[in-house]
Design a protein around this ligand. Structure first.
Ligand code: RNT
Ligand code: ZN
Length: 413
């Protein structure tokens, strides 16, 4: 039970327009990553994860087939408020009779037609796409686009080019631009003898992948600080990609699990907004060595949401989720993370930003601190429940997860 009317009074007393916040929130697209449902394995042959990323746990009910994954995504999305997009990886191609005959460098739009059909059927806002540079035998010594081996590098360049065309296909079909995000696992476990060489090769590979003009595609590059087994050197580091993106007029994708522990993406967003028209996010939760725990309604996520909202950057920041937990019900994990981001955005939308900016500009820092603390205990829960109720949802969604587990997941042995 919640009391929306009394909550409204508390917010109105601070000059906050709840109706406007609810309306705005319902219109902010969040791109849901398909890979939470099957522990990032995909459909094109990989049976274990590599590239420095890992899922831990073996909770029963993993989606084993495309049909199962789609059913799970549909279930998860049915419990999520707001506008939704689907974020796919190339490894989720429907190869059909081409299985075993063609490789990742020859994937075509038709291998993704079923995804388009699915996205249209459940009324999604759009599809985003990622070439898959891991979980494949053509990675050589852990390297792809920065490999010194020409054949290896060329294969992955062709994969990038082919998948970018598929991104254009998604944009055309869905009538919405497709974010095409390049993340590669390339790096070294131990001290390199050459740090520049691989980066120059990566730069050249990216130039080739991004060369074709594709108007529906928003190109992005995602940096990382380290991965498991590649602790000493990451070719696609933050400085490398930020410069690449700036000089080539493309987008940086910031994954908040990919930085040193005291570095925060919330501070990087306004830094990049000073120069970029678009920024993409992978919202996740880093815990010690793992960059991919389920997103919760915690401080850094709130801070990220504030930077998007108060800088009028809702149309500039493309929000996606990226985490994978195999130790709990996977559908519950999806819903939890999406709700957490929506809650954080709501929290940010219900903040007297103009007033607080004035306090900062007038150096009224004591009062600013007072206001910031006051906001934390306003009755957000009541507004959140109202938001869910207006979309035919409620905050007791876990019973639906349990039911789905009973009726569907428990039969997957
Ligand atoms: C890995 C990156 C990357 C992947 C997905 C599966 O550290 O975050 O975004 O998680 O592409
Ligand atoms: Zn990521």
């Amino acid at each position: 039970m919640y009391n929306f009317e009394s909550a409204k009074i508390s917010y109105a007393a601070m000059g906050i327009d709840i109706e406007k916040a609810l309306e705005t929130l319902a219109d902010i697209p969040i791109s849901l990553h398909c890979w939470q449902g099957d522990d990032v394995l995909g459909f094109d042959g990989s049976d274990s994860l590599d590239g420095g990323i890992q899922t831990t746990g073996n909770y029963p009910g993993r989606a084993r087939t495309p049909d199962e994954l789609m059913a799970d995504i549909e279930k998860a999305m049915s419990l999520m408020p707001g506008k939704k997009r689907l974020n796919l990886h190339a490894s989720y191609a429907f190869l059909g009779d081409d299985k075993g005959k063609i490789d990742r460098d020859a994937y075509e739009p038709r291998h993704f037609a079923k995804w388009v059909e699915f996205a249209k059927r459940i009324g999604l806002d759009g599809i985003d796409f990622n070439p898959t540079f891991f979980g494949h035998p053509k990675m050589k010594n852990g390297l792809t686009l920065s490999s010194p081996d020409d054949e290896t590098r060329d294969f992955w360049i062709r994969h990038g080019i082919a998948t970018r065309r598929i991104a254009q296909y998604f944009a055309d079909e869905m009538g919405s631009p497709c974010l095409f995000n390049v993340w590669i696992p390339d790096g070294l476990k131990d001290v390199p003898a050459d740090r520049l060489g691989p980066r120059l090769l990566l730069k050249d590979s990216l130039d080739k992948i991004f060369a074709e003009k594709l108007p529906g595609v928003i190109d992005a590059v995602e940096s990382k600080v380290f991965g498991i087994g590649v602790e000493s050197y990451t070719v696609g580091s933050n400085e490398f990609y930020q410069n690449y993106a700036a000089l080539n007029g493309i987008c940086c994708l910031l994954d908040n699990g990919h930085y040193h522990p005291t570095e925060v993406v919330s501070d990087k967003i306004p830094a990049l907004l000073a120069f970029h028209d678009k920024i993409a996010l992978h919202i996740t939760r880093g815990v010690r060595w793992d960059s991919d725990h389920v997103v919760l309604f915690e401080d850094e996520v709130k801070e990220i949401a504030k930077e998007i909202v108060r800088n009028n950057a809702i149309n500039k920041v493309l929000i996606g989720l990226d985490y994978f937990d195999a130790s709990i019900n996977r559908i519950g994990a999806w819903v939890m993370g999406q709700h957490s981001v929506q809650k954080a955005l709501l929290y940010a939308l219900l903040s007297p930003d103009a007033q607080m900016r004035d306090l900062q500009n007038n150096a009224s820092f004591g009062k600013l601190m007072f206001m910031q603390e006051k906001i934390k205990t306003l009755p957000l829960g009541a507004i959140w429940e109202e938001y869910l109720a207006r979309q035919g949802l409620n905050d007791d969604w876990y019973s639906e997860i349990e039911e789905y587990e009973d009726k569907v997941l428990s039969f997957r042995k």
